[in-house]
Design a protein around this ligand. Structure first.
Ligand code: KDG
Ligand code: MG
Length: 408
């Protein structure tokens, strides 16, 4: 059996997605997610122009060999575009292998080690009343862990806060707006640091001590600022504080860690195990945030999470709406089969997205399950996809009050 066809499908049901579909000479199909928010066409070209021609005629069962061939053979390693493209190939091959084996992918990965995956959703509000309303809606939806993001007095629209969304339950805030250039937001670190602890205090007072609460700092602090925030949030018992600094400088986390016991999660922008080497071996973090989609696929994610497991570090895979349902399903199969699963981010996709991607995964009583269809359990409906052509979109850019560009 050989790989006969490799198609790259770009579709935009509310937001852009890039999907690779491989077909074997026996007409078995596998899909992989290659969506890189705001840079989608770069990955589509990497696949279309450079990887797809190399796949035709290869044995789809040789997943590790194909992975190494694409990673090492390309000479230029790592980087989000390369690793998203290789991830799509890897996941599509695992989908095919599981279909050939006649089992859901998690069975092929060793079988379930839990009944379902604890998932967290995104509650947000420009102010406390809207935040509380959003938390209540998430509780009604069954979430048992909730991420909290709010506006900061004096600042306008901010990362993670659903703009003007009275529904407050599900949103595609990325891309914020479909403009030819990114929109710009204003940022003031001191105002943020003053405000956030009061938000968590109010949430704990209203919703009690039990609900696991998470918060995403989104790379905007220096190590000493992050240390201070972590310390000031300790009384509110966070599940994690995410991406507190731009962690390209892994050593910076030593300083944060020395000052706070708030658990730390890092890595949604990382794309290989090497980005974590110091963070893991020195136990500077508690959760690995990488997504299967941005880290080269299931094969390297499994290696990364096994490595993290040696240091009691758990998974917290990235799952915003810019990871497609294909990428989400891959994360769920892996999460069900590994021992050191921690939590899974689950924002829920729009109806338009779910009309294009037919999934078998479920969310009930706070837990995700990938379902028991053979393979990944996700198909892409090409006719539905064709109704949503690609539309350029960018994430916003942040500026400090004096105009300096800052991390968004
Ligand atoms: O494309 C950028 C998003 O994936 C990111 O901003 C979402 O930080 C994010 C999260 O934690 O889901
Ligand atoms: Mg994040």
């Amino acid at each position: 059996m050989e790989i006969e066809r490799a198609e790259v499908i770009v579709t935009s049901p509310g937001r852009n997605f890039v999907t690779l579909r491989l077909t074997t000479t026996d007409q078995v199909q596998g899909v992989g997610d290659a969506t890189l928010n705001g840079r989608e066409l770069a990955v589509a070209s990497y696949l279309q122009d450079h990887l797809c021609p190399l796949l035709i005629g290869r044995d789809p069962q040789r997943i590790e060999d194909i992975w190494q061939y694409l990673y090492r053979g390309g000479y230029w390693r790592r980087g989000p575009v390369t690793m998203a493209a290789i991830a799509a190939v890897d996941v599509a091959l695992w989908d095919i292998k599981a279909k050939l084996a006649g089992m859901p992918l998690y069975q092929l990965l060793g079988g379930a080690v839990r009944t379902g995956l604890l998932a967290y959703g995104h509650a947000s509000g420009a102010d406390l009343p809207r935040l509380f309303e959003s938390i209540e809606k998430h509780l009604e939806l069954g979430y048992r862990a909730i991420r909290i993001q709010t506006g900061v007095p004096g600042l306008g629209p901010l990362y993670g806060v659903a703009a003007g969304d009275s529904e407050g339950t599900r949103y595609d805030y990325e891309p914020a707006r479909r403009t030819m250039v990114p929109t710009e937001e204003a940022w003031d670190t001191r105002a943020y640091l003053r405000h956030v602890p009061s938000v968590f205090e109010a949430v704990r007072n209203k919703f009690g001590p039990e609900l696991p609460l998470l918060h995403d700092v989104h790379h905007r602090l220096t190590p000493i600022q992050a240390a201070r925030l972590g310390k000031s949030l300790e009384p509110f018992d966070l599940f994690w504080m995410e991406d507190c600094t731009p962690a390209e400088n892994q050593e910076a986390l030593r300083l944060v860690r020395r000052h706070t016991t708030t658990p730390l999660a890092i890595g949604e922008v990382f794309n290989t195990v090497w980005d974590y080497q110091t963070l893991i071996t020195e136990q500077l973090i508690d959760y690995v945030r990488s997504a299967v989609t941005h880290t080269g696929g299931i094969s390297p994610m499994r290696r990364l999470l096994d490595f993290a497991g040696l240091y009691q570090i758990k998974s917290g895979m990235h799952g915003p709406t810019d990871v497609s349902p294909v990428g989400m399903a891959a994360a769920m199969h892996l999460g069900l089969a590994i021992h050191n699963f921690g939590i899974q981010e689950y924002m829920r996709h729009s109806k338009a997205t779910m009309d294009v991607f037919r999934t078998s995964y479920t969310f009930a009583e706070g837990l995700l399950h990938p379902g028991d269809q053979v393979g990944l359990g996700v198909e892409i409906d090409e006719t539905a996809a064709a109704a949503y052509p690609y539309a350029g979109a960018y994430l916003p850019v942040n500026r400090l009050l004096d105009g300096t560009v800052h991390d968004w």
